[in-house]
Ligand binder design. Structure first.
Ligand SMILES: CC(C)(COP(=O)(O)OP(=O)(O)OC[C@H]1O[C@@H](n2cnc3c(N)ncnc32)[C@H](O)[C@@H]1OP(=O)(O)O)[C@@H](O)C(=O)NCCC(=O)NCCS
Length: 147
């Protein structure tokens, strides 16, 4: 599969909330209002992956000065292991780089083997550990990479 990659703005908040809910089934809910507020803020880049008209997933980045944070990444369960996640990471980092980011970081649950595997294969390294970071009591890995 080769997904189409498109930049998205606040008008896509409903879509991002729906994709997020399906990708993080049973996890923390980010509703459309939350996405709209986030996307109205400075330094934000949202990028959507689509196949034809069908949205597959998205990434949300925030760049402040020369540092970018990956706020979330989501691919629909039915679209996984086909390269969309990798394509979104690449597009998100390119968007941050265009804003002047030189480094990027993210937090990921130590229990999220799929995401950690994706990040390891896309150039991220472990940079720290946050104990009981998530609401379910799990720890977070901090991962970073230079751009
Ligand atoms: C993590 C996530 C975004 C990966 O998306 P994806 O489109 O399936 O990822 P890709 O197909 O681009 O995978 C790229 C590589 O990552 C690794 N990878 C991805 N999913 C994996 C899994 N379940 N197990 C092991 N490795 C995995 C593999 O190396 C894979 O390459 P390969 O398929 O050639 O072996 C997706 O599983 C998801 O949305 N999960 C729920 C939300 C989430 O956890 N987001 C991240 C929060 S920090």
């Amino acid at each position: 599969m080769s997904a189409d990659i498109l930049a998205a703005g606040p008008e896509s908040s409903e879509l991002l909330a729906a994709l997020h809910a399906k990708a993080f089934d049973g996890g923390e809910v980010w509703d459309a209002a939350a996405f709209e507020a986030l996307l109205a803020g400075p330094g934000m880049d949202a990028v959507i992956a689509r196949e034809g008209e069908a949205p597959l997933g998205f990434i949300l980045m925030r760049t402040i000065a020369d540092e970018a944070e990956m706020l979330t990444l989501a691919v629909l369960p039915s679209a996984r292991r086909a390269g969309a996640g990798r394509a979104l990471v690449k597009a998100g980092l390119e968007a941050a780089q265009r804003r002047g980011a030189a480094n990027a970081f993210l937090e990921v649950s130590v229990n999220n083997a799929a995401a950690i595997a994706l990040y390891r294969t896309t150039g991220w390294n472990e940079a720290g550990h946050r104990t009981r970071y998530y609401r379910d009591g799990s720890d977070a890995l901090v991962m970073s990479r230079s751009l």
